[in-house]
Design a protein around this ligand. Structure first.
Ligand SMILES: CSC[C@H]1O[C@H](OP(=O)(O)O)[C@H](O)[C@@H]1O
Length: 389
């Protein structure tokens, strides 16, 4: 069975409710952009690429199932208003804002075409939204390919073990995944000894989602206690245990500073200390040249209760009863809480940024030049592993 976080056909959108995983696989119907906004805000669907795709498709099914207007300019105005609303669901991942910007241009172009009408504008939007699903899987397969080649080359061939954080697989994207796509490609190449994944509190994307995907794909994998055990795991150096740490991204700034799940920054520090390569895997839709550095990235803070309570099915000491969900407190009542959902890893701690068209490395000046990656087209660019694309 293929893991599908998003199920779409014209007029119908369903998302796998990731708050129920790994014990229950339930799909929620998304009827319109309001449903889409709430699914993203509640984190029933999550992951930078998936957020953008679900937002766009939620508006597509709304257009397909309702008569907005037969006038081009009225449909365009409706779409632009809904896109602005959808972008407010979560601030850190750039993919949603990037998609909204591109979709806005498509709709404005369709509306200004001679003889255009409401149906033509709606079709232009829906076709572009549907194309995002297809393009994302293709991008992730490219990320997997180039990332696996880079890690294998750096390790001198043979089998390698890698560590990843959070969830960046089929549950965070349209399929295959970014950092988890690199792990899937290493495994497919016969080059993966073992994947290690962190729990990634407090949402537990690692223990609930990445572990679910790795077990589903029968990839040799070990769960570790969040980021805490990651330094010990690297203690014996790259040759003995971990050849590389590969993580996803929510926003890569123009200088390569990267916002990703909380805990990523300290993983990068431990990697630098142990001489382990630290890689960011992200499609170019995650690169934001308008944000010059990590200082310009808004970090989402989530409700404290997502940290001080934990929810899951009842365990009677022998088995799990998924019909009985429990929420239990795991913190002292009355304690203040700080719950940033992301942190920023400075470019100086990052060895490479794996994109769908190749691995970008720092130039001789020790800096990333991401403009090359953003100007390149898929065809014809031969990825290099030294000095950028
Ligand atoms: C390919 S997903 C990128 C990114 O999104 C996740 O955040 P969240 O689970 O809060 O949506 C995580 O930071 C992943 O690395």
């Amino acid at each position: 069975m293929v893991l599908e976080a998003i199920r779409y056909k014209p007029g119908s959108l369903q998302i796998l409710n990731q708050l129920k995983l790994p014990h229950q696989e339930e799909y929620d119907e998304i009827h319109n952009s309001t449903d889409g906004w709430h699914a993203i805000k509640d984190m029933r669907t999550r992951g930078a690429p998936a957020i953008a795709i679900v937002a766009a498709l939620s508006l597509a099914v709304e257009l397909q199932n309702s008569e907005i207007s037969d006038k081009a300019d009225e449909v365009a105005a409706f779409v632009l208003e809904k896109l602005e609303y959808l972008v407010t669901s979560r601030p850190t991942a750039v993919n949603l804002a990037d998609a909204a910007r591109k979709l806005k241009k498509i709709v404005e172009s369709a509306a200004s075409a001679n003889g255009s009408d409401g149906a033509a504008v709606s079709k232009a939007f829906c076709d572009a939204a549907a194309q995002m699903l297809i393009a994302d899987v293709s991008d992730n397969q490219g990320i997997g390919k180039y990332g696996a080649e880079w890690i294998s080359k750096q390790a001198g061939g043979g089998q390698v073990s890698v560590l990843t954080h959070c969830n960046t697989g089929s549950l965070a994207t349209a399929g295959y995944g970014t950092a988890l796509g690199v792990i899937r490609s290493l495994h497919a190449n016969g080059s993966l000894k073992r994947a290690f994944c962190t729990e990634t509190r407090p949402y537990n994307q690692g223990s609930r989602l990445t572990a679910f995907e790795l077990v589903h794909d029968k990839i040799p994998a070990t769960l570790i206690t969040d980021s805490m055990a990651s330094a010990l795991l690297q203690l014996k150096g790259p040759s003995e245990r971990i050849a590389a740490i590969v993580v996803g991204a929510d926003r890569v700034a123009a200088n390569g500073d990267t916002a990703n799940k909380i805990g990523t920054y300290q993983l990068a520090i431990t990697a630098k200390h142990h001489g382990v390569k630290f890689l960011v895997a992200a499609p170019r839709t995650t690169i934001d040249l308008q944000t010059k550095s990590g200082a310009g990235i808004t970090i989402e803070e989530r409700p404290g209760k997502e940290m001080t309570f934990i929810k899951g099915p009842r365990f009677d000491g022998v088995d799990i009863d998924v019909t009985q969900a429990e929420t239990v407190s795991i913190a002292a009542k009355g304690i203040d809480v700080w719950n940033p959902a992301f942190d920023v890893t400075p470019a100086e701690l990052i060895d490479g940024i794996i994109t769908e068209i190749g691995v970008v490395e720092k130039g001789e000046d020790g800096k990333f030049d991401l403009t090359i990656a953003m100007e390149a087209h898929h065809e014809g660019i031969k990825p290099t592993t030294v000095g950028g694309l």
